[in-house]
Ligand binder design. Structure first.
Ligand code: ATR
Length: 307
């Protein structure tokens, strides 16, 4: 951070014409492109580790740092980063809505999610995306080799994480998608939103945990924030169909109460969100740099055993 502050000042005073050129086009000077993740707190973020690893394996010359955004000061912090030549940013809590407001060009994924997790800066334009949903689906379908097409899908929770995942999940054409939430009105609203925006005609329902009864599903995603406080959503073991996948969107927490319930119910396909984290980062990297990094090593490095 301090080093960036100094670099920023130096660049403004001495090197501004260089920054205005496309990186690498000034004769004899190759600029390292700068990226960062902004959040508050930010220490916990794995994004620098992930993007630095991606840069190494793809041979991209980038510098990726962490930026502690002041609460209430998101726009000023991003302005300063852009003024110092920053090319793009990942955005984490609590700034995903600030980034939504800050962007000039929102991709459909960001519009649908109502939140932004990646930005790209080009002149005055701020392009914004949300890669969480596409990262989740890529992890499930590609890394875990668990096709969603034709499956009965249950999503627990009706907050931001669910909202970001809906359209990418529906694009896989499951047999049905059910959103269950403690506050059923939010599940119903979310289901309405999904029905309005999906391009296909997958049946989508928003229900309460009681409404679920004894229905079972082939894929169950825990997109609630319950695992962050080691709580268990009021789900019964009957929700897990034989051969089902239980996927916890949180990562690095080991066997969460949700995954434990699934395991007790005999589910053998258990996953947490480490692959989703790596895949959303890979999507951002591809968007910024035009090259898709392989995620296997990063996933291996960040995996916390599920117990
Ligand atoms: P995020 O952005 O992580 O999705 P959020 O928007 O605050 O966070 O949403 C949190 C979701 O987790 C909500 O659906 C919440 O349910 P309510 O809308 O009924 O509050 C759900 N959630 C949080 N703790 C839960 C728990 N212990 N059991 C079940 N659902 C829980």
């Amino acid at each position: 951070m301090a080093a960036w502050g100094r670099l920023s000042l130096y660049c403004h005073e001495k090197l501004e014409p260089v920054f205005r050129r496309k990186p690498g086009t000034y004769p004899g000077i190759v600029m390292t492109d700068r990226y960062a993740v902004i959040g508050n707190p930010i220490e916990q973020s794995k994004s620098p580790l992930i993007h630095t690893a991606f840069a190494r394996v793809t041979g991209q010359d980038i510098d990726y740092g962490k930026l502690l955004g002041p609460l209430g000061g998101f726009a000023q912090a991003v302005d300063a980063f852009r003024a110092a030549g920053g090319r793009g940013m990942n955005v984490t809590a609590p700034f995903k809505l600030d980034a939504f407001a800050y962007a000039t060009d929102l991709a459909p994924s960001a519009q649908m999610a109502g939140a932004v997790n990646a930005m790209k800066f080009e002149g005055d334009r701020v392009y914004a995306e949300n890669f969480d949903g596409v990262g989740l689906v890529r992890d499930v379908v590609h890394n875990l080799a668990f096709p969603v097409r034709g499956k009965r899908v249950l999503v627990l929770g009706a907050g931001g994480a669910t909202r970001g995942a809906l359209l990418p999940l529906l694009a896989e054409q499951p047999a049905e998608l059910v959103i269950v939430n403690r506050t059923v009105a939010k599940a119903e609203e979310m289901a309405d939103l999904a029905r309005q925006h999906q391009s296909g005609s997958v049946p989508v329902r928003g229900v309460s945990y009681t409404d679920l009864g004894a229905q079972s599903f082939d894929v169950v995603f825990n997109a609630t924030s319950a695992s962050l406080t080691a709580q268990l959503p009021p789900l019964t073991a009957s929700a897990f169909a034989p051969g089902c996948l239980a996927y916890e969107l949180a990562y690095g927490k080991g066997l969460t109460p949700f995954l434990n319930l699934a395991q007790q119910a005999g589910v053998t396909h258990l996953a947490d969100g480490v692959g989703m984290l790596a895949e959303q980062a890979a999507e951002a990297f591809l968007w910024w740099r035009g090259v898709r990094p392989d995620t296997k090593d990063v996933i291996r490095q960040l995996t916390v055993p599920l117990g």
